[in-house]
Structures are given as structure tokens and as C-alpha cells.
Design a protein around this ligand. Structure first.
Ligand code: SPQ
Length: 429
């Protein structure tokens, strides 16, 4: 499907919205509910394609799950409730489903096979295959278990002390999930702190989680107890509208109920450092996760350097931050972001090539990109390349270009923000 976006009129983007539920938290609520004892209920669930893939995989593993819009009910019967699937587990486009589910399957005494779409088939899985093999799981797949289809024969696993080379919540969560059913203690040390939704939610399900600096540990033989989970709005989805609100003239947008977990708020820091007019209000804690309302208004922006510890806190926002930087005066340098190369697309290549088509002054580097602003962008035909975040970044660019932006393969956006275009239209009235 193609979608075209025209520049917003002189009235700007205005209004109040609630963005859909957090994708990372929605996946975890379903998975943890599936291995817990009792009925877990979820509200604010993201009914995007990725999280629906998680539901369908766990249904194939024998768990009864009812989903109705943003409400989900999971009938957990502990680990014994999960059975050998008769069918292949299809994760669609979702890296989170693949890697976290592998951690659970590695400890279960049966065989399962995971496949996904074209993009998943290119994403590296050895970052989880290797530690899971070290723990005792039998895993195979193309490229010596690095690429899907992946086959897993789980069983008796032993705890490990793992030093991860990458700051990845998926690697950390996969190993910790395997650790819950392994002999002894399992710990993961990461080079920079990645998002900590797994740690927070495991504690809520009754599992003691030890945190010591960049090391997180759990003990084996754990039982999870069913919970009621309220999912906050996804800051990674909010990021597109925050950027829109700051670069489209005469705009003021309020986003209510956005998750502001400090491991995810790099986008807020960047907007503030660039000089954006951003207000944070109504700060509260819901289900052990910080939540707030965010109001953004059209702003004069300055280029900055973005590197180091902040990168894992905004990794998924870099496509739209690159667009933001085209509207900032001066140079923005993004460094230490090699992980962008192994996302749904190589996001260094796709961001740079598509923004160039719109007239941006942007160049790729080995570990990020350099953007010179402020540039007047023009319309063009671009592609999402099947990557939801590239599709949305291009749509927001279309709000300020001279001439329309047509996005090929815009349906990819449904992976994380099914009502994205409807929300964008609402703000234009
Ligand atoms: O699930 P998937 O496909 O990996 O999704 C992405 C995204 O842009 O939505 C990454 F492509 O988000 C990841 C994120 O980059 C979701 C995630 C999580 O829920 O644990 C963690 C991050 O990935 P990683 O590899 O750094 O652990």
C-alpha cells in the first residue's frame, strides 16, 4: 500500500491524543502471563501486528489467550501449560517476539521451530543462540543458528554469568527468562543500560530480580503469579508526534499517558537539548512504570551531538530524530549507534537514503550519521522498506515538505502504530 502526505496548512497540528500502548511492555505482559500461574489481565495492550504475533505464538504453544482491542486475558498454567507446538511459530516482523520467546523455549522439554518475515530472516540471532547454547539448549538454524528458521530443543539448562557485548534489552531479557527455569543463578552484564521493562515486570509477577550496576540476576526455579497489567502509551510512538509538533509551524500537541521510563526517555533529553518547547506534566507511577503527559509546541532548534550512554535510551527514535535534525540550525552528529544496522532495516542506510530524496543534507557514518540543518525539504516518492519506523518518519517529513511525500509500503506502520494516519489527520482539524 502507498500513502501520500501533504504539508500541514498554516493552522499547524493541534490537539490532545493518547498514543497506543507500549510495544515492549505489551509483548512482555503476554509472555509473562503465559508462563505465570492464574489469569493475567492486560489493559492498554497494543493491538499492533508485532504484539499480535506474540499472542498467536503462545496460543500455538497451548496457552488460552483472549484479545479484544486493547484488552487481553491470558490463562496461565505455569510452564507446564506450554506444550510442543504442532505448527511453526511465526513471529512476523517482531525481533522482540523471536528473542524473548527463545529464552522461554530454551528451557522447555520439547521441539519448536521459529520463522518470521523477510526482515526477520536477516536479523542476527547468534546474540541469543550462543548464550542459550552455553546454558544447555540445543538450537539450530541457517548460518549455524544465527538466522531463522531457528529450531529449538529445550530442556535442562544451567545458569550462566553472561557479559553481553551489546546493550540490548532483547539479549538481556532472553537470558533472564531462560535463567528463571535454569539451575542456579543467571546474570547478565551489559555495556550500557538497556530498557528495563523485563526487570520491572518480573518483580511485579513476584520474581526477585537483583540489580547491581549494569548486572542483573535471577535465580532458577521461579514461579510467576498472574497480575493485572496496565500498559502506558508508547514513547517510541509518541516520538513521531513530538517531532511533528516541534517542526510544523503553529503547532501545540498534548500526548496523554505516555510511558516515561528513564531507560526510554532519550528522545525527551534530545528535544530539550535542541531547545524544543516541551512540558512534562501529571507525572505518576502506573504498575511500577513512570507515566506522564507531554506537551510540545513549535520550536527553534539547534543541532547537537548524540552519543554514548544515551543511544540505547533512544535507539528506535533515531529515524525521526534525524528528521528533527534537518530542521535544527547547525550540525547534529549521531555516533555509537551501530545497532541501527540490525533493526527491521539497516536504519543508517534507509534513513540517510530516504531523507536525501527529500533534499536533506545528511551523510552516513560507520556508527551513525551527520545531519546539517536547517534545510527546506521537498516532496518525493520514498519507501518504508517494510520498516514501520522509517514509514512514520517519512510521513512526518511529509507534514513540512514543499510538495507531497508518497510512502511505498506504508502498511508496515501497523506493526507498532495501527491508527497512526488517523491520529495525524485528527491533529490537522
Ligand atoms: O521487536 P523489534 O522488531 O526488535 O523492534 C524494535 C522497534 O523498532 O520497534 C527494533 F527494531 O524495538 C526493539 C528495540 O530496538 C524492542 C526492544 C524490546 O522490546 O526489548 C528492544 C530494542 O532492541 P534491542 O535489540 O536493543 O534489545
Amino acid at each position: 500500500m502507498n500513502e501520500s502526505v501533504q504539508a500541514v496548512n498554516e493552522k499547524g497540528l493541534n490537539g490532545t491524543l493518547t498514543v497506543p500502548g507500549d510495544k515492549s511492555i505489551s509483548h512482555r505482559a503476554v509472555m509473562f502471563g503465559a508462563i505465570a500461574e492464574g489469569i493475567t489481565t492486560v489493559e492498554g495492550f497494543l493491538p499492533g501486528e508485532d504484539c499480535l504475533s506474540t499472542i498467536s505464538c503462545f496460543q500455538k504453544l497451548g496457552v488460552t489467550i483472549e484479545q479484544n482491542g486493547d484488552k487481553v486475558e491470558i490463562e496461565g498454567k505455569g510452564y507446564e501449560g506450554l506444550q510442543e507446538p504442532q505448527d511453526i511459530l511465526d513471529v512476523g516482523n517482531s525481533g522482540t517476539t523471536t528473542r524473548l520467546m527463545m529464552g522461554i523455549l530454551a528451557t522447555l522439554p520439547f521441539h519448536s521451530v521459529i520463522i518470521g518475515d523477510e526482515s526477520i530472516a536477516k536479523r542476527p540471532m547468534s546474540r541469543v543462540t550462543n548464550p542459550l547454547r552455553e546454558m544447555g539448549a540445543q538450537i539450530d538454524g541457517r548460518d549455524n543458528g544465527n538466522l531463522t528458521p531457528i529450531s529449538i530443543r529445550g530442556g535442562h539448562t544451567k545458569g550462566i554469568s553472561y557479559q553481553s557485548k551489546v546493550a540490548s534489552a532483547q539479549v538481556k531479557s532472553c537470558i533472564l527468562l531462560a535463567g528463571l527455569q535454569s539451575e542456579g543463578e543467571t546474570s547478565v552484564t551489559e555495556p550500557h543500560r538497556s530498557r528495563d521493562h523485563t526487570e520491572r515486570m518480573l518483580s511485579a509477577f513476584g520474581v526477585p530480580v537483583k540489580r547491581d550496576g549494569l548486572t542483573t540476576s535471577v535465580r532458577g526455579g521461579q514461579t510467576l503469579t498472574a497480575q493485572h497489567i496496565v500498559v502506558p502509551g508508547d514513547i517510541s510512538s509518541a516520538a513521531f508526534l513530538l517531532v511533528a509538533g516541534s517542526i510544523v509551524p503553529n503547532s501545540k500537541i498534548t500526548l496523554e499517558n505516555v510511558g516515561v521510563n528513564p531507560t526510554r526517555t532519550g528522545i525527551i533529553d534530545v528535544l530539550q537539548q535542541m531547545g524544543a518547547r516541551l512540558e512534562i506534566s501529571n507525572q505518576r507511577i502506573v504498575n511500577d512504570e513512570p507515566v506522564a503527559d507531554l506537551t510540545i509546541s513549535t520550536s527553534e532548534l539547534q543541532g547537537i551531538e548524540i552519543s554514548g550512554d544515551i543511544i540505547p535510551r533512544l535507539i528506535d527514535e533515531i529515524p525521526v530524530i534525524a528528521l528533527l535534525a534537518t530542521q535544527a540550525t547547525g550540525t547534529t552528529v549521531i555516533k555509537d549507534a551501530e545497532e541501527l544496522k540490525v533493526k527491521e532495516t539497516n536504519r543508517i542506510d534507509t534513513v540517510v537514503s530516504q531523507l536525501k530524496k527529500l533534499g536533506a543534507s545528511i551523510e552516513a557514518t560507520d556508527d551513525g550519521m551527520i545531519i546539517h540543518g536547517k534545510t527546506e525539504l521537498h516532496g518525493a516518492n520514498v519507501s518504508s522498506f517494510g520498516d514501520h519506523r522509517i514509514g512514520m518518519a517519512m510521513a512526518i517529513a511529509g507534514c513540512i515538505t514543499k510538495g507531497q511525500v508518497t510512502i511505498e509500503n506504508s502498511d508496515a506502520i501497523a506493526v507498532s502504530y495501527p491508527n497512526f494516519f488517523e491520529h495525524l489527520r485528527t491533529l490537522q482539524q
